[in-house]
Design a protein around this ligand. Structure first.
Ligand SMILES: [Zn+2]
Ligand SMILES: [Zn+2]
Length: 556
């Protein structure tokens, strides 16, 4: 047995943002940690879900023993349905994490019942030669764990995503004691979150947001429209509490908002103050100064509820002069343009938009800054260190941070990128060979509510009603469309109404373009949505059918 080695096989998330997945292999046994998707690039919104290439695991199918999930963010669980299509092994996670997985699975038909096993912090699970203990950590979603994995060669600590919040909203602090215990007994390898290694000091506690929220609610003359990630249960709790305190009713808008509230409420992780919630359709009946709207769409996704409100295209909610709009989330790199355009639209409507860096903060990160990362290294005191979750520069910086541990036991550290393996045996640790990795674009949708919606809807559309592609050419210099838009159809039988319907559809699109302001023309996300909505209405009226409409805008 002494010639056996431990292999660390990152299949995603090292040297790239999102899509976290890693395999640990000892002899003939493999366990997998997380299985996330990648946040699609802004241009891909509504087009692709990006998931990791699972070839390595498929080729070693008979060795895969279990999947362990650290928490419920999309970049850690988003690809679980695709994993389950290939492997029917036990999946371990906390209650909230697995509830989010189940919500995701509702849109997929699996041949076998998945083996979802709920675990609690301090519980230990065995899989082949691995013994895995779950350790409670704090982050921007509830019910997060780090993993302490005991292998025949020693203990591997995988932090998952974390920050060290000394005053979390649920008063359930980071379990530093258990980590320190492992550190004392000796840890072979630490794999630690590098996302915020560029930030000095400590990440602020979730509680730090409360004074800012109170201040906003105190001053707001009319509606407060707050957007945060639908998985940020603590943030939502705070907004519910502050609303109740200021005598405001709360409407939840956006499917992901409603469903994560339901999940968290049913698990006892969210307390809804009595009588505070109202139905979305009743929003207009509540006096503006007595209303909070909690809405999804912080990243300016063109189909999200908040984006629709920004261009006054939402059925129940509008932003008007004097309303306060709060973006309580970070701007994910790549989404800046879409977000700032959305904010511009709100500002034009006369809303006061609060976003970005403020003091006290309007949003705090869920990832550890330098001092917390250092504390993690000092507590765990690993023999080997591999930074995870980050771009290359962040992992390189995290590696340098670890070098001070050379006097307290660190033997070596390695920056690995997705696909590079590390081998550890009794003689030591070294970089190993590479394995097949890559990105797989699976289906259409965006990262938030639209994923669930669109995926199901697309399939139905395509099989029954076909697809309609309005194609608009916009002149680069004038910003206007100077030719009549084209409309191409597939699987959308037009039968009797024939070419006339196509011709009429082209006119409908042309009319939408004419009726749009230069600002809207400059925002392709908005234009696509307007074209889609107008054409959908027209075709439904003429034919009682609902084809999938995918506008294409080209700059010529
Ligand atoms: Zn996370
Ligand atoms: Zn993450």
């Amino acid at each position: 047995m002494s010639d056996r080695k431990l292999q660390v096989v990152p299949l995603g998330g090292l040297g790239e943002f999102g899509m976290n997945i890693m395999a640990l292999r000892y002899g003939d046994d493999i366990i997998v940690i997380d299985c996330g998707m990648m946040f699609p690039e802004a241009e891909l919104l509504g087009v692709d879900i990006v998931t990791p290439d699972l070839t390595y695991l498929v080729e070693n199918r008979e060795h895969v023993r279990a999947l362990f999930l650290t928490h419920g963010h999309e970049d850690h669980i988003g690809a679980v349905p695709y994993f389950l299509a290939e492997f029917n092994v036990p999946i371990y996670g906390t209650a909230f994490t697995l509830a989010l997985v189940e919500r995701r699975l509702e849109e997929h038909e699996l041949e076998q019942e998945p083996q979802l096993r709920t675990v609690e912090p301090r519980q230990t699970v065995e899989a082949g030669p691995f013994k895995v203990e779950f350790i409670h950590v704090t982050h921007s979603v509830v019910d997060c764990v780090a993993l302490a994995i005991t292998t025949p060669l020693g203990v591997v600590i995988h932090t998952g995503d974390f920050k060290i919040d000394p005053t979390p909203l649920d008063s359930d602090p980071f379990d530093l004691h258990t980590l320190a215990d492992y550190g004392k007994r000796g840890v072979l390898l630490l794999l630690s979150d590098s996302t915020n290694v560029d930030r000095p000091g400590y990440t602020e506690s979730e509680r730090a947001v409360r004074p800012r929220m109170e201040d906003i609610f105190n001053r707001a003359p009319r509606r407060v429209i707050v957007s945060c990630f639908s998985s940020s249960i603590h943030r939502m709790q705070m907004i519910l509490d502050v609303s109740a305190e200021f005598g405001r009713k709360v409407a939840l808008v956006g499917r992901s908002m409603t469903s994560s509230t339901e999940i968290a409420h049913s698990l006892g992780q969210l307390t809804i103050p009595d009588g505070v919630l109202i139905r979305t359709q009743d929003v207009m009946q509540v006096a503006p100064q007595k209303l909070t709207v909690l809405i999804s769409g912080t990243q300016g996704e063109p189909m999200s509820a908040l984006s629709r409100v920004a261009v006054d295209n939402h059925k129940h909610v509008s932003a008007e002069r004097g309303d306060t709009v709060v973006l309580s989330s970070r701007i994910i790199p790549g989404n800046e343009k879409a977000i700032f355009r959305m904010i511009d639209h709100m500002a034009r409507r006369g809303a006061d938009v609060m976003y970005g860096n403020m003091n006290p903060p309007i949003h705090v990160s869920g990832h550890a800054s330098i001092e917390e990362l250092t504390l993690m290294l000092n507590l765990v005191r690993p023999k080997y260190f591999v930074p995870i979750h980050g771009e290359y520069r962040q992992m390189a910086k995290h590696q340098r941070l670890a070098e001070h541990l050379r006097h307290s036991g660190l033997k070596d550290s390695f920056v690995l990128e997705t696909g590079n393996t590390l081998e550890i045996d009794e003689k030591g640790a070294r970089k190993g060979g590479t394995v097949t990795v890559g990105r797989v674009c699976i289906d259409s949708g965006t990262i938030d509510e639209v994923v669930e919606d669109i995926v199901i809807r697309d399939r139905r559309h395509l099989s029954e009603d076909g697809i309609v592609l309005p194609i608009v050419a916009i002149n680069k210099h004038t910003g206007r469309s100077e030719t009549l838009p084209e409309v191409v159809t597939r699987g959308f039988a037009i039968a009797d109404d024939g070419p006339d319907l196509i011709q009429a559809s082209r006119m409908v699109v042309a009319k939408t373009l004419e009726g749009s302001s230069p600002e809207e023309m400059g925002d392709w996300g908005v234009m696509k949505e307007k074209i889609r909505a107008d054409l959908k209405r027209y075709i439904a009226k003429q034919t009682q059918r609902r084809p999938l409409i995918m506008p294409v805008i080209l700059e010529v």
